[in-house]
Design a protein. Structure first.
Length: 260
């Protein structure tokens, strides 16, 4: 969980069984049943589709439960297809309008039912960008950032990302169609200690939360550390948690404290 808070994503390589992958590839060439915004997960998907079986894969179900809790709402779902030798890449962007919630976040599940090679493009993302608030394609003019990743993965890979992560689909230079299926989940319960917290005080947790990324500038990267500390406070319910005194320093309000 600390790595997710620092990096903005959780990657589960090859966790979906082959039979579900094959079913999904066949289905993604056709229009999937629509889901109304805000439909509870238990009512969103019919058993006639591969989707309930995908979400029931233990690693996927466990990760979703840890990140958004039980019975989230389905915001929307969509199929993203990159055609053979498609000559364009998607602009780097963050999804939806600017979202500055300090105590909640949505999760986007990205499912890759077949192997994604480097020539197939894959999804480019910028680790650690999810708490740097932007609106849609504010960063679309940026072509590359140090430390960015372009997904290559085995069939049956699921990546769960914070809704704010900067990402974009790369062009497909192969003769094969590339599929990605996405679902956005909205939590319906407070996202506080939803995961196994037995090792919450392990020093490795703090090391994960303090990690830097190559695109950070020395000074502005401190903003990401500050925002991570705020998110970790919300997720753990620990109002005193801090990293290198950043939050404590900027929330020090002696005048207000003296009025209490």
């Amino acid at each position: 969980m600390a790595r997710f808070v620092a990096q903005g994503y959780l990657r589960l390589d090859g966790v979906v069984p082959r039979e579900i992958n094959e079913e999904a590839i066949a289905a993604l060439d056709h229009e999937l049943p629509p889901v109304a915004y805000g439909t509870p997960l238990s009512k969103a998907f019919d058993d006639s589709t591969f989707i309930p079986r995908l979400l029931a894969v233990p690693a996927v179900a466990g990760a979703l439960s840890s990140l958004v809790g039980p019975e989230p709402d389905v915001d929307h779902h969509a199929v993203h297809v990159r055609g053979p030798h498609e000559g364009e890449a998607q602009d780097l962007h963050g999804d939806a309008i600017i979202d500055v919630r300090p105590d909640a976040f949505d999760i986007q599940l990205m499912y890759y039912p077949h192997e994604v090679t480097a020539d197939m493009g894959g999804t480019l993302s910028v680790p650690g960008s999810h708490l740097r608030r932007i609106n849609e394609t504010d960063i679309g003019r940026v072509q590359n950032l140090r430390g960015q990743t372009r997904l290559t993965c085995p069939a049956g890979t699921v990546v769960l990302v914070h809704h704010g992560i900067w990402h974009g689909g790369r062009r497909n230079d192969t003769g094969r169609r590339r599929y990605m299926y996405k679902i956005r989940f909205n939590p319906t319960v407070p996202q506080v200690r939803l995961w196994d917290t037995a090792d919450l005080d392990d020093p490795a947790v703090l090391r994960e939360l303090a990690i830097g990324f190559p695109w950070y500038e020395q000074a502005t990267g401190r903003l990401e550390i500050h925002n991570r500390a705020l998110l970790w406070r919300a997720l753990t319910g620990d109002a005193g948690f801090d990293i290198d005194h950043w939050v404590t320093r900027v929330t020090n309000r002696p005048a207000i404290r003296g009025q209490k």
